[in-house]
Ligand binder design. Structure first.
Ligand code: GDP
Ligand code: IMO
Ligand code: MG
Length: 430
């Protein structure tokens, strides 16, 4: 029986989705990115080689599997071509294995400039975006003036849409920001040149997926960012500009929700966040530095140091509800190997009460104090361990407690960055 599995980040992104998608691609025929853009940085490490994917689905290393950039993604063609180029040099890229939706919107040079300018204008209220033009590209999509990948296939259409956009954007750049605007010819020629390379990959991917479902192929849907960065369900306004939750796997790839069988959430054994916004279990000072160094917590896209803190079960329970999680992958357990004690945040102190429901209002969440349950650290290496039973007993107890408090069973434990450092308890495709 075919299975269609969605993988989403259950925290604030960077949970290790790339690694997990790469592993389960083994059992899939097709891997689909369905939202976000090159704000994502998904790391896959195989042997000595490290790859960071921003737009290419993390299944791309597996020959013969089709990778799809779906309708809900925003595509910066320059970044995509660079990623393809890197793989070509390693003799890994096969054009027949990649499809790009004609409906996916393009990130244009003015989107990147707007993203950076808006952040500057926000000053101390900035969101801490990746500066990749993600927000402005989604804004144009929703305000119905965006340019789609499919438009690259029609030069005249593309030119007219670009012209209409530049009239408005250049006016804003000049009169509001007092900055230079963009020349239509430059952008037009650049994008038309890129269209020659990626044009043949642009297809009706929703139709392709419908056929694949009909022929009982296994599909793996790869989420980007994380639940708490979702534009509707995250810690608004400190979020990204797309829906990052499991429901988007259907809309963002043009399949019906009834075709999804299983939803898996990825969580670190602790918590991180990049950019601004509330983070109740955040650590400061030496404790934070220790986790950051042990976990190599620096952004895969921007290189920014990630904010680090303890595992937040309140947030995870919320993520479970919003996504309908069927299983959990706990990554980076090895990072906690030499902690004397480990904490799990089980509730928040707010206005004199203890609450156990995750408030998405930034004003409330920023005033929540974590309530911790403390467990003994295991103080022995988990890296290299191949089965759950062989993990140190106290590490097993930590995982069991996470399952108990969040109500979701762990289907895989990751104990190192490499593909081989994975303990699979239950394969979602089987
Ligand atoms: P993604 O955005 O969810 O794909 O995650 P990122 O790639 O941005 O960040 C995860 C980081 O943790 C990467 O550097 C991975 O190589 C690394 N990583 C993933 N799983 C593990 C693990 O179990 N242990 C350790 N030590 N590192 C891991
Ligand atoms: P992956 O897929 C972590 C964060 C940014 C910022 C906010 C808005 O690798 O997990 P944006 O550029 O999207 O407008 O920024 O979202 N952010 C991420 N944080 N991992 C990501 O992706 C992220 N993508 C965006 O840091 O706070
Ligand atoms: Mg990442």
């Amino acid at each position: 029986m075919a299975r269609n599995v969605v993988i989403v980040g259950a925290q604030w992104g960077d949970e290790g989705k790339g690694k997990v998608v790469d592993i389960f691609t083994e059992n899939a025929d097709i891997v689909v990115r369905f939202q976000g853009g090159n704000n994502a940085g998904h790391t896959v490490i195989v042997g000595e080689e490290k790859y960071v994917f921003h737009l290419l689905p993390s299944g791309i290393l597996h020959p013969g599997k089709t990778c799809v950039i779906g309708d809900g993604v925003v595509v910066d063609p320059e970044v995509l071509l660079n990623e393809i180029e890197v793989l070509k040099k390693k003799n890994i890229f096969r054009p027949e294995d990649l499809l790009i939706s004609k409906n996916a919107h393009l990130i244009m040079p003015y989107h990147k400039k707007l993203d950076v300018a808006r952040e500057r204008l926000r000053g101390t209220n900035k969101i801490g975006t990746t500066g990749r033009g993600i927000g402005p590209a989604y804004e144009d999509k929703v305000s119905r003036c965006g340019i789609k990948c499919g438009d690259l296939l029609n030069e005249e259409d593309f030119r007219l849409k670009l012209k209409a956009n530049l009239m408005e954007k250049n006016h804003y750049f000049k009169t509001v920001l007092h900055e230079e605007g963009f020349e239509i010819h430059e952008i037009y020629h650049k994008y038309m040149t890129m269209a020659q390379s990626i044009g043949p990959l642009i297809k009706n991917t929703s139709k392709f997926l419908a056929k694949a479902i009909e022929f009982k192929r296994n599909i793996l849907f790869e989420g980007a960012q994380g639940t708490l960065l979702d534009v509707d369900h995250g810690t608004y306004p400190f979020v990204t500009s797309s829906n990052t939750v499991a429901g988007e796997a259907a809309t963002g790839s043009g399949i019906g929700p009834s075709r999804i069988d299983t939803v898996i959430g990825i969580t670190k054994a602790y918590c991180t966040r990049v950019g601004e916004g509330p983070f109740p279990s955040e650590l400061q000072g030496e404790e934070a530095d220790k986790l950051r160094e042990q976990g190599g917590e620096y952004g895969a896209t921007t290189g920014r140091p990630r904010r680090c803190g303890w595992f937040d079960a309140v947030a995870l329970r919320y993520a479970s509800r919003i996504n309908g999680l069927d299983g959990l992958v706990v990554t980076k357990l090895d990072v906690l190997d030499n902690q004397d004690k480990v904490n799990i945040c089980t509730g928040y102190k707010y206005n004199g009460d203890v609450i156990d429901e995750f408030p998405t209002e930034a004003s409330i969440l920023s005033r929540c104090e974590p309530v911790y349950e403390t467990m003994d650290g295991w103080k022995s290496p988990t890296h290299g361990v191949k089965s759950f039973d062989k993990l140190p007993k106290k590490a097993q107890a930590y995982i069991r407690r996470i399952e108990e408090i969040t109500g979701v069973e762990a289907i895989m434990i990751s104990v190192g960055a490499n593909r081989k450092d994975s303990i699979i308890i239950k394969n979602p495709f089987k």
